[in-house]
Design a protein around this ligand. Structure first.
Ligand code: NDP
Ligand code: 8X3
Length: 254
């Protein structure tokens, strides 16, 4: 059953990977889209593509989610009720241990994964609360359930997303606004290329010898979470590829 047709979703980080594929699955269901990311060209191409294939409206806004003022201007420019906020924009930078890691990488991850997600939630939750309807879906990670060496700050940000999701649900208790989290393991997207500053060889090695999750796998789960009846609130879903059993237990074919 399609409960989403005619609704409006804001998708952050819609220029690639999980965000892009989720946006496309929403579009297939007739959801009007407001898509964000920094790469303006990609947003323009996605808008043209989706509007040519789906009977929906697509708005785009290119801005850096770390910039609070830009988030505020973005939300001020939205003139329709937002039914779904998919807080997906995020990244990892580096795998250096705590005594060697780069301060700027830490700030980038905290400002994007935690503060950016909080800005969007703070700015869009009032209209949801006022209407007594809406759904905030945060993209967490298995790294938000289990910390691993080399991920001191990335894991820290995703543990923060878990805490923020739980507290947001409690803050909005009794309002009918839904709050959910989706927590994937290894998904092959641009994620590892970004983590390793464009080093394709290092990025490919992350997925070598396994059948990793795809953006499609996670988008299908996001769609399922969003499409539940209004009284059903999925709090979290943890998804691993079958070859992965924990953050660091990954079975690779020879
Ligand atoms: P991608 O690198 O493919 O996508 C990341 C998206 O985030 C891009 O659209 C990017 O857009 C956007 N983004 C990053 N920084 C900013 C910023 N400062 N301002 C605005 N947008 C930004 O990776 P994924 O699709 O894999 O990642 C999506 C989410 O999934 C992230 O939160 C990630 O932590 C999470 N995740 C990923 C997993 C994986 O293994 N891939 C596993 C678990 C969770 P642009 O560059 O245009 O700004
Ligand atoms: C991304 C999954 O294992 O690279 O959140 O941290 S992992």
């Amino acid at each position: 059953m399609n409960r989403l047709k005619g609704k409006t979703a804001v998708v952050t980080g819609a220029t690639s990977g999980i965000g892009l594929r989720s946006a496309e699955l929403f579009a297939e269901q007739g959801v009007n889209l407001i898509l964000t990311g920094r790469r303006e060209e990609r947003l323009k191409e996605i808008k043209l593509d989706f509007e040519s294939r789906f009977d929906i409206s697509v708005q785009t806004a290119a801005f850096d989610i770390r910039n609070r003022k830009a988030c505020e201007s973005f939300v001020e420019g939205i003139s329709v009720p937002v039914d779904i906020l998919l807080n997906n924009a995020g990244l990892a930078k580096g795998t250096d241990p705590v005594d060697q890691a780069d301060f700027e990488d830490w700030e980038t991850m905290i400002d994007t994964n935690v503060k950016g997600l909080l800005y969007m939630t703070r700015l869009l939750s009032p209209q949801m609360k006022e209407r007594g309807a809406g759904h905030i879906i945060n993209v967490g990670s298995t790294a938000g359930h289990e910390a691993y060496s080399g991920g001191v700050v990335y894991c820290g940000t995703k543990h923060a997303v878990k805490a923020i999701t739980e507290a947001t649900k409690k803050d909005l208790h009794g309002t009918n606004v839904r709050v959910s989290m989706v927590s994937p393991g290894l998904v092959e997207t641009e994620f590892s290329e970004v983590r390793f500053d464009g080093d394709k060889q290092k990025a490919d090695a992350v997925y070598e010898g396994i059948d990793p999750l795809t953006a499609q796998d996670i988008a299908e789960i996001i769609l399922f979470v969003a499409n539940r009846p209004p009284h059903v609130n999925i709090m979290d879903t943890v998804i691993y590829p079958v070859a992965q059993s924990s953050a660091t237990m990954v079975h690779r074919d020879e």
